[in-house]
Design a protein around this ligand. Structure first.
Ligand code: CA
Length: 721
């Protein structure tokens, strides 16, 4: 199920059309997320030649850089008998697949020794190398720019920036040399047209101190000549140091200073693509301060909430798949999760009710007109047009029932939450009801009397993906909503015939994905780490299974023939915790304050990790432990504190925790994911006040659906099945 979701992703990611998407600058290196060695690099040497490295990777310099916080150090010795090589790879990021056309490669170099400079080559997608270019810079102790026109790369097939996947530095001549040290920064491909000088003066709007970081904000940048925003910090109000850069499409910076109870002053400048600075903004002050556990929870909730508030697609007001990633494309399930995060943000007054209502009117107006298939939304839509985007391939060009049920989980919660008798809140309720009532759940049985619901339907290819929904996994809410629908309901018996199917179809499906017979009957019954698991494939699977369907649908209230799902989810979270504490693969950092294997970005790719050796690749996603707050409050709090206080320097950013980290590989994700930020906001809230759970369970149709399920369970028990 989730594996095939990924498979579709991998197989077809390259097939998307070039729509009106935002075009990113093709950047190969700007900063390393981590200190120490740079994950996306590789060094090698032969004979008496050498290149300084840490574990075969280039060292990161945090003292000398062109853009803060760091650059790459290239220290080498040439010899007659050997050679050395250092490769800097571009980091692939999900959804960063539209790039501005470029005319040249530009990078900045700082030379400390009078040295024999290296040559530069480009690596192409097939790992072949272009001809070599010589760097000719003589000035020392200053950052110098090197420009290589792409037209000068005489190599077949190089037509666009993304044809180049790495830049390779090698020894220039077969001659002896002393040790040379150079520093490299800001390797990127830029257009021929030079930017015009920026006259606009930057202004900081706010600076807010938290326990160990300060958030500063400025107005959304509209001037196209602004390439980056650079942030400066001062501790004495006199001397400033450059502490970070921000991309031009984000108007916030989280400066993690690592110290509590300190006062700072901030200024910013705008940089154009030639790295010419504007004057500095006026200074703004803020102090870090000790925070209680309660304040810390609110801080995490508010930061993650901002992904859906400030980071939303502008026209639809809905959630992007990931940031940085596609800018126009919105993801349906993540949007449903985001809607629940907006409700929390409203209740906690991160925004006013008025602002929230404005946003919800924008959302429902967009969704009312957006493309649906038998009333069901696709996985991805263009937020500017409401049309399907085939991000996961040409077959996925129609309805996605699971994503739509995540969206509806959020929308129905919003319908219940905006209960005031004024015309605007009434409008929100009416439009959500119309969206809910047009979803043809029964169509997704594929044929009459089908035992199963099917995940996708395509308008021109029908049931080509043919993926039936079988639990237990993240899709329980799909069956629960299909049974609860007031217009196109499916019989409650499908809960047992489809979701909890126990015939050969269900068994095969589960043992395929779990790579074990454990739980292949839907029921499990085994004990892991001393914890008995009633339901679940393998020993429970990735933690998002316990989050996605239960963000608003209160698992306390779901008891079927086999178990209660709050208890079962809690046991799955405890098994995941115990596995990470035991840490059988000896990954760095795992333990009682860093745990929670789930689906996230990773150093090699996105993957759904789970607490078994074959499903554990060494990365931890903060959403794993933090979204499990209602199940494991103490263990979740320990993880949250560790992630913020000890790892905040790399892990904390403008939208809260970055997606994942892997200390064994010295890697941290540079993206935030729409499916991972909101569960932290919502599940922390369910732990604190039960807001979403209480609100959602008051919905008459949901109560009615639950009643039907209870009757079905009772009937099955009475029949002794
Ligand atoms: Ca840098």
């Amino acid at each position: 199920m989730f594996r095939s979701r990924l498979l579709i992703c991998f197989l077809f990611l390259f097939l998307f059309s070039r729509a009106q998407e935002y075009e990113y600058t093709y950047s190969i290196f700007s900063n390393s997320a981590m200190s120490g060695d740079y994950f996306f690099s590789k060094t090698s040497s032969s004979g008496n030649s050498s290149v300084k490295n840490i574990n075969g990777k280039l060292p990161v310099s945090e003292t000398l850089f062109h853009t803060p916080g760091n650059s790459l150090e290239l220290t080498y010795e040439n010899s007659k008998t050997g050679n050395w090589k250092a490769t800097i790879y571009r980091q692939e990021k999900r959804g960063l697949d539209h790039f501005a056309p470029a005319a040249f490669l530009s990078f900045w170099i700082f030379i400390t020794t009078p040295c024999e400079l290296p040559t530069v080559q480009f690596m192409l997608k097939d790992s072949s190398l272009t001809s070599t270019f010589k760097i000719n810079i003589t000035k020392r102790f200053d950052w110098q720019r090197v420009i290589i026109p792409l037209a000068s790369i005489k190599y077949p097939g190089v037509t666009q920036p993304e044809d180049i996947i790495a830049i390779v530095f090698t020894q220039r001549n077969k001659s002896e040399s002393e040790e040379n040290s150079i520093y490299i920064d800001d390797i990127e491909m830029l257009p021929a047209k030079k930017s015009e000088k920026i006259i606009e003066l930057p202004v900081i709007n706010s600076a807010t101190g938290y326990a160990k970081h300060v958030d500063i904000t400025w107005d959304r940048v509209t001037n196209k000549n602004i390439h980056l925003v650079q942030i400066y910090r001062s501790e004495d109000g006199k001397s400033y140091q450059a502490v970070g850069i921000q991309q031009n499409y984000i108007n916030r910076f989280a400066d993690f200073t690592g110290e509590t109870g300190k006062k700072y002053e901030y200024r910013i400048t705008f940089l154009d693509s030639q790295y010419r600075h504007t004057d500095l903004s006026k200074p703004v002050c803020a102090s870090t301060k000790p925070m209680t556990d309660d304040e810390l929870l609110t801080m995490v909730q508010e930061a993650c909430f901002r992904y859906y508030w400030e980071g939303a697609e502008l026209n639809s007001g809905l959630a992007r798949e990931n940031i940085a990633g596609r800018r126009n494309m919105i993801a349906t399930g993540a949007s449903g999760f985001g809607i629940m995060a907006l409700i929390v943000g409203t209740e906690r007054k991160f925004i006013t009710r008025e602002e929230s209502v404005d946003r919800f009117i924008k959302i429902v107006n967009f969704l009312e007109k957006a493309e649906t298939f038998h009333g069901v939304y696709p996985h991805f839509m263009d937020g500017t047009t409401g049309k399907v985007v085939t991000f996961f391939g040409k077959r996925d060009n129609g309805a996605d029932l699971v994503e739509t049920s995540f969206l509806l989980q959020g929308l129905l919660a919003a319908r219940q939450y905006f209960s005031r008798e004024d015309s605007r809140e009434k409008l929100i309720r009416e439009k959500i009801t119309a969206i809910w009532e047009k979803a043809e759940w029964d169509w997704f049985r594929q044929y009459p009397d089908s035992k199963f619901l099917y995940w996708h339907w395509s308008p021109d290819q029908g049931w080509i993906i043919n993926h039936n929904l079988i639990g237990w996994n993240e899709t329980m809410v799909t069956y629960l909503l299909a049974i609860a629908s007031p217009t196109y309901a499916v019989p409650a018996s499908m809960y047992y015939s489809g979701w909890a199917n126990q015939d050969s179809t269900g068994q095969k499906y589960r043992s395929n994905w779990g790579q074990t017979k454990d739980g292949s009957m839907y029921t499990n019954g085994k004990t892991y780490f001393g914890i008995k698991l009633d339901i679940g494939v393998s020993n429970g699977g990735p933690l998002f299974f316990t989050h996605y369907s239960y963000m608003a649908y209160d698992p306390h209230s779901i008891t079927d023939k086999y178990t209660n799902y709050f208890t079962n989810n809690q046991n799955i979270a405890k098994i995941n915790y115990q596995y990470c504490v035991e840490n059988p693969k000896h990954f760095k950092g795992y333990g009682e304050n860093a745990w929670g294997l789930t689906a996230s970005d990773g150093p090699f790719d996105y993957s759904a990790d789970e607490p078994v050796p074959w499903g554990d690749c060494g990365k931890i996603a903060p959403t794993g432990a933090i979204s499990s707050f209602p199940y494991t409050p103490e263990e979740s709090m320990k993880a949250l504190k560790n992630y913020y206080y000890n790892y905040g320097k790399f892990l904390w950013g403008e939208y809260g925790f970055r997606d994942a980290f892997d200390l064994t590989n010295n890697w941290c994700s540079e993206i935030y994911m729409g499916l991972n930020q909101a569960p932290m906001v919502v599940m922390i809230e369910n732990y604190r006040t039960g807001l979403l759970w209480k609100t959602f369970m008051q919905i008459p149709e949901i109560q009615n659906g639950l009643k039907k399920l209870e009757q079905e369970s009772k009937q099955i028990k009475d029949q002794g099945k």
